[in-house]
Design a protein around this ligand. Structure first.
Ligand SMILES: Cc1ncc(COP(=O)(O)O)c(C=O)c1O
Length: 367
């Protein structure tokens, strides 16, 4: 079966893990620090903390904004479940909004009708790695949580996605552009917010060891708990994999773009396939996923499956799920995407012969 998502891991990742094992150090340690510094520099971030998942990064982001409990946070309905779950976990209310049918991203037009006196923040998701047009959303004047889970190496007007809003998050799960198995991260242009996030990451412990203990070196085992929070620590094992992935990120990104360009060229002129939008000139796409819109989508997905090609839809709109059914909510674009959008394989482990085969099968289905 040709997988829809995948990662490229091998000798470099094994070498990193072996080093950690040989050092007898698997938890948070030197490799986490090294990854944080290298990732920060690669994307020109002001700061960066590695976490155990992008989902937890979202929960942390919703927490560090310090909004009054019960605030409304506007979230696109066409996104991964963690976006809304994080809002609830932080004691707030997700208010779901629609996305643009072409970019599949939220826009100032889809956000504005949902603004109320209780609005506390807006969460944007750079869907598939296509940068959201953020400037008009930021101009609304609310804190912005930037979900760059798909957007490692997406750029908007010269800035890395994740650095434009108030707080930005990344995901490094097994299928993301930079994959460590399970992992995520957080950054903020506001150093105070970032410092708070870093304290919360480890059960709300402010400082550990010598620094924290009021007895100084006499009782170096004492720490100083300053907030109530859960543990979101990353491990040196995942950070090591991240270091290996980082060293080949450019190659993997170029390969993703090559596949993307082949799909774009192959489907040009086929009216029944709506191909995904390109980034605007000056911006940069991360090519996380290639989502087409087609008639008879379900039949195509089954036909591909029968031909050993896996495809999927990211995402089942949140407002169509039991927990998030909102009375009278109609979000027609997301509902349309739920009927006709399909992600086809795009990942750094996909062979070019498989790309050709996928194209041939999609075209033959409509003959
Ligand atoms: C848009 C988006 N946000 C957040 C997440 C959560 O990331 P993680 O899987 O690292 O928890 C995902 C995961 O797929 C995602 O797609």
């Amino acid at each position: 079966m040709i997988n829809v998502f995948g990662s490229k891991v091998g000798a470099e990742e094994i070498a990193q893990i072996t080093e950690s094992i040989n050092n007898q150090w698997m938890g948070i340690g030197p490799k986490v620090k090294e990854f944080e510094e290298k990732f920060r520099d690669r994307l020109s971030l002001k700061n960066f903390a590695l976490l155990d998942s992008g989902s937890n990064a979202l929960y942390l982001a919703c927490t560090v904004l310090n909004l009054p409990k019960g605030s409304e946070i506007i979230v696109p309905t066409f996104t991964w479940v963690s976006c809304a779950q994080a809002v609830l976990l932080a004691g707030h209310k997700p208010v779901l909004c629609d996305v643009d049918i072409n970019t599949m991203n939220i826009t100032v037009e889809t956000v504005t009708p949902h603004i109320t006196e209780k609005t506390g923040a807006i969460m944007v998701v750079h869907y598939a790695g296509l940068p959201v047009d953020l400037d008009p959303i930021i101009a609304l004047g609310y804190p912005v949580i930037e979900d760059a889970a798909h957007a490692v190496d997406s750029w908007y007007r010269g800035k890395a996605c994740g650095t434009i809003g108030t707080v930005g998050i990344y995901s490094f799960d097994a299928v993301k552009n930079l994959a460590v198995g399970e992992g995520g991260g957080i950054t903020s242009q506001n150093q105070e917010i970032f410092d708070h996030a870093k304290i919360l990451r480890y059960c709300g412990i402010g400082k550990s060891g010598f620094e924290a203990s009021k007895h100084g070196k006499k009782r170096w085992w004492e720490y100083n708990i300053i907030s109530q929070f859960i543990k979101m620590n990353p491990s040196d094992i995942s950070a090591g994999i991240g270091l290996a992935q980082l060293s080949k990120l450019d190659d993997m990104q170029n390969y993703r773009k090559q596949i993307w360009d082949i799909y774009q060229a192959a489907f040009k002129g086929y009216d029944w396939i709506k191909t995904p939008e390109e980034a605007l000139p000056g911006d940069k796409h991360s090519y996380f996923t290639y989502a087409i819109r087609v008639p008879k989508r379900d039949e195509l997905a089954h036909y591909l499956f029968d031909n050993e090609i896996y495809s999927t839809l990211r995402y089942h709109p949140l407002h169509l799920n039991k927990l998030y059914e909102q009375l009278d909510t109609k979000l027609p674009n997301a509902e349309q995407l739920n009927e006709d959008a399909l992600s086809i394989p795009l990942h750094p482990n996909l062979k070019m012969s498989e790309v050709e085969y996928i194209i041939e099968k999609i075209k033959s289905f409509y003959l």
